[in-house]
Design a binder for this molecule. Structure first.
Ligand code: SD4
Length: 318
């Protein structure tokens, strides 16, 4: 059995490539890295890699995490600038026994010494989005944190190896050096090949409060199906946050167990995700909340067409 599940529609092309590798008995680590690099390289996806939206200082600072569910090797980088593929740096760091989580300048030095490709990650499109947002925020005091999609994935290969990984530019207009959940083990990602894995997207500051990816793996370990585990973890954290703090940020989670069964839960409407397994060709699903439960259905062709159209539409300076 093999399988891969990923957050957001933007992962579809990468998941397709990964599923071809997995079907030929490819390694889960290679497949997930290929899939995430595909998203990082796409200039039209505004929240991951090249074309990702900048922080308050108009710098694109990127976070990524990688975990191997066989060995528990973990690597992560945070607030790194000017490197093309954060996921590959995180994966490379996972091979280190110590110093496997690096931030900012130190992460850049490591990547430089290891020969990773340097790239100015700020595109003209992203610069225009930045300038427009600065104006909007100034004029209307809009919350600068809306519209942010991290790519997170869990992957199972035919040997039973599982991996989990994330890559993101974090929140648009975040403070310089701000780190979200995505490179934090247990929050943005977690995986144990004996059980399964999970990955998160949403408001990092809130996702971290529940160590939510670990929590889902823990629930699966206690016997829950990934769907049940995701729903319980998301529902409980959402409730606790509302009770204690009056509100909960966006929380969307995906999970897969080591049988290739998968689950998803969200507290928002319109969370898209992508799944491919030995039994199902890559499908983009849309999830929403109905009566406190997450329900999902394959996205319509109309929705898929509209998605690409809006991503690729010209951006104009206001
Ligand atoms: C963060 N969790 O940096 C990320 C952002 C994200 O969907 O996932 N947005 O907080």
């Amino acid at each position: 059995m093999w399988g891969i599940i990923a957050t957001w529609r933007m992962a579809a092309e990468g998941v397709e490539k990964a599923s071809e590798m997995l079907a030929k008995n490819g390694d889960a680590g290679d497949a997930i890295e290929t899939a995430i690099r595909d998203v990082e390289d796409n200039p039209y996806y505004k929240s991951v890699g090249f074309g990702g939206l900048p922080n308050e200082e108009m710098e694109v600072e990127l976070d990524a995490g990688y975990m191997d569910g066989n060995t528990f090797d973990v690597g992560a980088i945070a607030a790194i600038k000017d490197f093309a593929n954060p996921i590959s740096i995180a994966r490379r760091l996972s091979k280190e026994k110590v110093n496997c989580v690096l931030v900012g300048e130190g992460a850049e030095k490591f990547a430089h010494k290891e020969g990773f490709e340097r790239k100015n990650m700020l595109t003209d499109r992203a610069r225009i989005h930045y300038k427009n947002r600065v104006k909007e925020v100034r004029e209307q005091e809009l919350k600068p944190y809306a519209g942010h999609d991290t790519v997170g994935m869990v992957c199972l290969d035919t040997t039973g190896k599982m991996v989990s990984a994330t890559s993101t530019s974090g929140l648009f207009m975040k403070k310089q050096s701000r780190v979200g959940d995505s490179p934090i083990i247990g929050s943005g990602f977690y995986v144990d090949s004996k059980v399964g894995g999970a990955s998160a997207t949403g408001l990092g500051e809130d996702l971290m409060k529940g160590c939510i990816s670990y929590e889902i793996v823990r629930l699966m370990k206690s016997g829950m199906h990934p769907q049940e585990a995701c729903e319980k973890a998301v529902h409980d954290l959402d409730q606790e946050l509302k009770e204690r703090r009056g509100q909960a940020g966006d929380l969307s989670l995906i999970a897969m167990n080591n049988k290739g069964e998968w689950g998803v839960a969200t507290n928002i409407d319109g969370f898209s995700f992508v799944v491919a397994t030995e039994k199902e060709a890559p499908v983009v699903y849309l999830a929403k909340v109905v009566d406190g439960h997450t329900v999902h259905e394959p996205a319509s062709q109309e929705w898929l067409d509209e998605y690409m159209r809006t991503r690729m539409a010209p951006v104009v300076e206001k």
